[in-house]
Design a protein around this ligand. Structure first.
Ligand code: GH3
Ligand code: MG
Ligand code: MG
Length: 325
């Protein structure tokens, strides 16, 4: 473990340093509180610190207070070293944010077990952070494809639309649906269908930038959220994604098969007052037209798609209207 020692007494610092190294720790030893604080606030700071209470620059208690104000997910473990023996001092140190308190002079074995206890607590923190992260991932990602799930991609679209309100950056959306997917399942089995879903997801991921969004919107349907995209840009992106999926056959257990997708694309620039529901609705109407046109193609939203909203809740019109500007 990496341990920072801050103690202005040279002899005591060197003894402590030698002791910790003998126990197998990596040590950063300093004599000044201010220097210690500089290191502690940097990323990659040591996990544990042993601080002398009385030090020039900044005392141990003050460092405890400042460290606790940092927004780090893993809180460094702090042991305060001091000659003060009163219980009111102990209370002050712990209240300031120290995890433990060792009174000088101390027995080596006592410090050793206290460091050990600190290590256990740090490991528990790391484990609980990993569990939290796994739960967060589970709640926001689809387990088969690893993509964002429906709720998470819709939240991302909502965020992009809110940003559009502030910065006037247009948002593009693409709905992509695997063609004749039921037939793939029926012919080659559900496992092959799953392999195709995962491969389509991975090929589409390869076509977007890290800050753009891709989620599994439904069974074999995907939603892409692209930032700074007018109608032409979103159409070009959709065409690129279509090619990435259909150009090479996909591996399934026992062979390879051709797979295609149909895509409906729309940009917020095409709507007077873009809302999440309306953007998705027009992209869906465009997707419907792509299916109707024979599949394996991209359709950009047109005026008829936008107007459909007024006439029906679920856009079904196959009408090909004139392109929107
Ligand atoms: P179209 O070209 O019109 O989109 O036809 P399609 O066959 O792709 O569409 P349809 O909606 O008829 O069928 C979709 C199928 O996707 C039905 C459903 O069982 C299957 N499906 C949904 N989720 C999964 C999944 O996670 N794994 C597998 N293997 N199949 C799935
Ligand atoms: Mg389909
Ligand atoms: Mg579908």
């Amino acid at each position: 473990m990496r341990i920072l020692i801050a103690d202005d007494d040279g002899v005591s610092r060197r003894v402590l340093e030698a002791m910790l190294r003998k126990w197998g720790h990596e040590v950063v030893a300093l004599s000044d509180g201010q220097q210690a604080w500089q290191i502690l606030k940097e990323p990659g700071a040591p996990d544990m610190m042993i601080l002398d209470w009385m030090m020039p620059g900044m005392d141990g208690v003050e460092i405890c207070r400042k460290v606790r104000e940092l927004a780090n997910e893993i809180r460094p473990y702090i042991i305060l070293l001091t000659a003060r023996q009163h219980s009111k001092d102990l209370v002050k140190g712990i209240m300031a944010g120290a995890d433990d308190y060792v009174i000088k002079p101390f027995e080596a074995e006592e410090l050793k077990v206290r460091i050990h206890a600190g290590e256990r607590i740090l490991n528990l923190q790391i484990e609980s952070l990993a569990v939290k992260e796994a739960l967060r991932r589970q709640a926001t990602h689809d387990s088969l494809t690893g993509l964002l799930n429906r709720q998470a991609i819709l939240e991302m679209l909502q965020r992009e639309l809110s940003r559009l309100g502030r910065t006037d950056t247009p948002v593009g959306v693409i709905l992509a649906d695997i063609d004749h997917f039921k037939c793939i399942n029926d012919t080659y089995g559900h496992q092959a269908g799953d392999a195709v879903l995962a491969d389509v997801a991975s090929r589409m991921s390869g076509e977007i930038r890290p800050y753009e969004g891709l989620g599994r919107y439904g069974g074999e349907e995907f939603l892409l959220v692209l930032s700074n995209c007018d109608a032409r840009v979103v159409q070009t992106a959709a065409e690129r994604i279509r090619l990435a999926v259909c150009t090479h056959e996909m591996g399934i257990p026992g062979g390879t098969i051709p797979v295609t997708i149909s895509l409906g694309a729309a940009s917020s620039t095409q709507l007077q007052q873009p809302t999440l529901e309306h953007l998705i609705q027009v992209a869906d109407a465009a997707l419907y037209r792509a299916k109707d046109a024979g599949r394996n193609c991209v359709k950009l939203a047109v005026e008829a798609d936008v107007d459909n909203r007024q006439s029906c809740a679920c856009p079904v019109s196959p009408a090909v209207g004139k392109p929107l500007s």
